[in-house]
Design a protein around this ligand. Structure first.
Ligand SMILES: [Zn+2]
Length: 299
């Protein structure tokens, strides 16, 4: 029905008109604005009503695009809304501002941090909708503005106040662990990356890590020993459908200091996984949770 298509496309064009909008504006142009914000990864409801949440999203968008931040959608903001997503930053250090569509090493870093906080994302360097969802959940959980954009405030929360407790400064620290639901004092040592494992497991892991490095494989611990509070936090995320499978608090091998979640970009098919599969047994590590190529336990 070409005639109807033509009419529709005319209507779409007229809806796309770009009047100046601000909080309190209503109607089709606001819906259009909200759709565009959503398409750029900002968290708004498309309801044609320019409320505080839309204002917050507009402000975050303006900030992300280097515009004046006033929450008012004028010609400059419309122009950026109608432009293609910018190319991902090629530099900017480990913590550049990231949003839906970004790619590269900094996104890997982001995804590793999200996983360390218990969010279920793949570490693939591609900031897709699932990563955006995880970022929004994280922002909500931390009381940040929920816009799905990883700026300085979100990076600070991702890198600080981490799930893992402030680690003991040196090896051999005694901590309260849990094994099969029973509280138990265990001794933990560093496995790098600010993470810890039970000392015998840590020693074995560090030998394995050194040998892997000689084979060109980087073994990096995303989550090691967990306190009860950390396990409870991850378990809650799991129950809410926002995190990986997590054992009942008290019953995770992470709480006994014998399990580590490693960064295994690419999962089962990756060179990291294949190396582990071929070698980890020699150091006493087994991959003992089906569907989790990252979870290795010292037996
Ligand atoms: Zn695990």
């Amino acid at each position: 029905m070409p005639a109807i298509s033509a009419v529709r496309s005319t209507q779409t064009r007229s809806l796309s008109s770009t009047p100046t909008l601000r909080q309190g504006s209503r109607g089709a142009a606001v819906s259009q604005l909200q759709q565009k914000l959503k398409a750029k990864g900002f968290n708004v409801t498309v309801d044609g009503d320019f409320g505080p949440k839309t204002t917050a999203a507009v402000r975050a968008f303006q900030q992300s695009r280097g515009l004046g931040v006033d929450g008012v959608v004028g010609p400059n903001t419309w122009a950026k809304l109608n432009a293609a997503n910018p190319a991902p930053p090629s530099s900017g250090g480990a913590t550049p501002t990231l949003r839906l569509g970004a790619r590269g090493a900094a996104v890997n870093n982001l995804q590793n941090r999200l996983r360390a906080h218990g969010y279920n994302v793949s570490v693939d360097g591609d900031f897709g909708p699932r990563t955006a969802d995880a970022v929004r959940s994280f922002q909500r959980a931390k009381g940040l503005g929920v816009d799905g954009v990883v700026g300085p405030a979100t990076w600070a929360k991702l890198n600080g106040g981490a799930v893992n407790n402030p680690p003991p400064a040196t090896g051999g620290a005694r901590v309260n662990g849990y094994v099969n639901g029973q509280a138990r004092s265990i001794t933990v040592s560093s496995v790098g990356n600010g993470k810890f494992m039970r000392t015998d497991a840590a020693n074995a892991f560090n030998r394995m890590k050194a040998d892997a490095a000689r084979a060109g494989i980087n073994l990096s611990v995303v989550s090691g020993f967990r306190t009860m509070a950390e396990q409870q936090y991850l378990y809650n995320l799991y129950l809410q459908g926002r995190g990986n499978l997590a054992a009942r608090p008290g019953y995770s091998n992470h709480q006994g200091g014998t399990s580590a979640d490693l960064s295994v970009p690419g999962g089962y098919g990756s060179s990291t996984y294949r190396w582990l599969q071929n070698n980890a047994g020699r150091y006493g590590f087994v991959n003992d949770v089906r569907g989790e190529p990252w979870h290795w336990t010292f037996k």
